[in-house]
Design a protein around this ligand. Structure first.
Ligand code: GLU
Length: 283
């Protein structure tokens, strides 16, 4: 195994678009330039929107772009026991608490607060269930009440002490442990969630350089805390610029006209795609 490893981690909820082409290319080229390995991971734990045909579609889009990967692609749905084990470790250490709130409960709670805690993208979870007595929480769980598990961010920060991460574009960044507040680490329905799965898998796949869009920069603060309390290695990071649509908004799967498959049908070549995404100015 090479000592330089990157990955691309799309969700099979649609075909790849220009934004994914950039993300894949950044990770692929960084690995290849450094004589390293590039891995593919299907982030497929959000079951409701996953379609079997998209796994193959993603792989076809990548091959068409000239992007090849090492090893069998990882599917997060095959990794649920590993996430459960990590969650158990966090439970045993007292760094998570069960949250019984519905989306509506959270909105109502925020509406009644004079100053709800704010994150980079709006109000954070106001901490309602953090105050529930552990015995009472246990009783609710035993009674079968659906619950998520949330990070007790301030407790975890106390344990991990001051942390930093290194980004190849932004340099050294001080971790702000409360930036995203008490994030969900295990959803009610699937027993895991993005933040937990991604740190567990980056360690499992021995990723040395995590590359992804700069919209995920705030998440890295949470990931460093999780790596610290789960005793996982610290990768380096590269948060690249995003490809924006003509209105300046981040591309989403609903921008169907910009899917690689559609562009290709309309005559685009891999070269014209690479030109469009302006790789060199994104990093
Ligand atoms: N699945 C995420 C995305 O498509 C990538 C997550 C990551 O790279 O950590 O934006």
């Amino acid at each position: 195994m090479k000592s330089f490893r990157t990955r691309f981690a799309p969700s099979p909820t649609g075909r790849l678009h220009l934004g994914h082409a950039l993300a894949a290319k950044v990770a692929h080229d960084l690995a290849r330039k450094n004589g390293g390995e590039f891995l593919l991971r299907h982030e497929d734990i959000d079951g409701s929107r996953i379609r079997e045909a998209y796994y193959a579609g993603i792989e076809e889009d990548l091959r068409w772009l000239g992007i090849d990967w090492d090893e069998e692609p990882l599917r997060q749905t095959d990794r649920l026991p590993a996430y459960a084990q990590a969650l158990k470790s966090l439970q045993d250490q007292g760094f998570v608490y069960p949250c019984f709130c519905t989306r509506r409960d959270i909105q109502n709670e925020i509406a009644t607060m004079a100053s709800a805690p704010q994150g980079p993208e709006g109000p954070l979870y106001p901490g309602t269930c953090r105050a529930i007595d552990p015995l009472e929480a246990q009783r609710k769980i035993q009674a079968g009440q659906p619950h998520a598990w949330r990070l007790t961010a301030n407790q975890a920060a106390k344990q991990s002490g001051p942390l930093t991460f290194t980004d190849l574009r932004f340099g050294k960044i001080q971790v702000d442990p409360l930036l995203l507040g008490d994030v969900v680490l295990a959803r009610k329905d699937i027993g895991s969630a993005y933040h937990l799965a991604v740190v567990v898998d980056d360690a499992f796949q021995k990723i040395t350089h995590v590359t992804r869009g700069e919209d995920l920069l705030p998440s890295t603060h949470v990931h460093r805390i999780l790596q610290s309390i789960l005793k996982l290695p610290e990768p380096q990071y590269l948060h690249h610029q995003l490809v924006l649509d003509e209105t300046g908004k981040r591309l989403a799967k609903r921008n169907d006209a910009l899917s690689l498959a559609t562009l290709r049908e309309n005559g685009a070549t891999p070269e014209s795609i690479l030109q469009k995404i302006q790789l060199s100015s994104a990093i």
